[in-house]
Ligand binder design. Structure first.
Ligand code: TMP
Length: 238
């Protein structure tokens, strides 16, 4: 498999074409960004840790019947994935009130509502990835109602599998962001990554934050938190 030109560069990853038109390579960088690129830093080996964590999570989801774009992990920083048409929406699943929801609604972080909360955001850097509703997403032709129904259903199944995975390693899955894409055959699959960059993960006993909020909120110990998540996941998925 030969790596060809760069198709896209995101905040924490690059997407490379390959000599197989149906396959791409996702390359994990050490860059950390927050607040739509206003805050930036490089965290040594974060890309290696996120690739390793995302690999374990995608393999676990596949083993539990969730369709994903993941094929294989090629080396410390590269994953081989199916080329899919990514929907320009981000889906956020929340089990605990935190982050932007707490800010927007004036709530205290940490409350666990009885229901699961699903947000969708328009993937648009210029606009700062604004929150939108289903009708707006359909009106902008980003997705159809039928596709949204399937996406929400998949997001709910992913949440159940991941809550249980993290519960076993004493981590509370507070919230996470996922993206979905369509394969050439028309199937909707999980795409992008799942790592402490895209999830809020709190230690179940101490409440310690073991995710990207350590960077966003200047708490220090970002790499150590990612290492701790990897260590616990490796011990439970062995
Ligand atoms: P939020 O509370 O800031 O909206 O974030 C919700 C979840 O989505 C949290 O786990 C972090 C993740 N997230 C991303 O992965 N990328 C982003 O650009 C943002 C804003 C959040």
């Amino acid at each position: 498999m030969k790596t060809l030109e760069k198709l896209y560069e995101g905040k924490a990853k690059q997407v490379m074409a390959t000599d197989d038109p149906h396959r791409i390579i996702i390359h994990y960088k050490d860059d950390a960004t927050a607040f739509n690129n206003i805050k930036k830093a490089t965290i040594l080996n974060k890309g290696i840790l996120s690739n390793a964590i995302s690999t374990l999570i995608f393999r676990h989801l596949e083993a539990n019947g969730i369709p994903t774009h993941y094929i294989d992990t090629l080396n410390e920083r590269d994953q081989l994935c199916k080329k899919v048409q990514v929907f320009p929406i981000e889906v956020v699943v929340r089990n605990v009130i935190a982050g932007s929801m707490a800010r927007q609604l004036g709530l205290v972080e940490g409350h666990e509502p009885k229901n699961t909360i699903y947000d969708i955001c328009y993937k648009n850097d210029e606009l700062g990835d604004p929150l939108m509703n289903d009708h707006q997403a359909v009106a902008l032709e980003l997705v159809t109602y039928e596709e949204l129904a399937e996406i929400y259903q998949l997001a709910g199944r992913i949440n159940e599998v991941l809550k249980e995975l993290f519960r076993k390693i004493n981590i509370k899955l507070v919230d996470f962001k996922v993206e979905f894409g369509k394969t050439e055959e028309g199937a909707i699959v999980l795409a992008d990554e799942l790592s402490p960059d895209t999830c809020r993960l709190w230690d179940s006993e101490t409440g310690e934050k073991l995710d990207h909020d350590r960077f966003r909120r200047d708490l220090g110990g970002v790499r150590e938190a990612y290492e701790e998540i990897l260590r616990r996941l490796e011990s439970s998925t062995k």
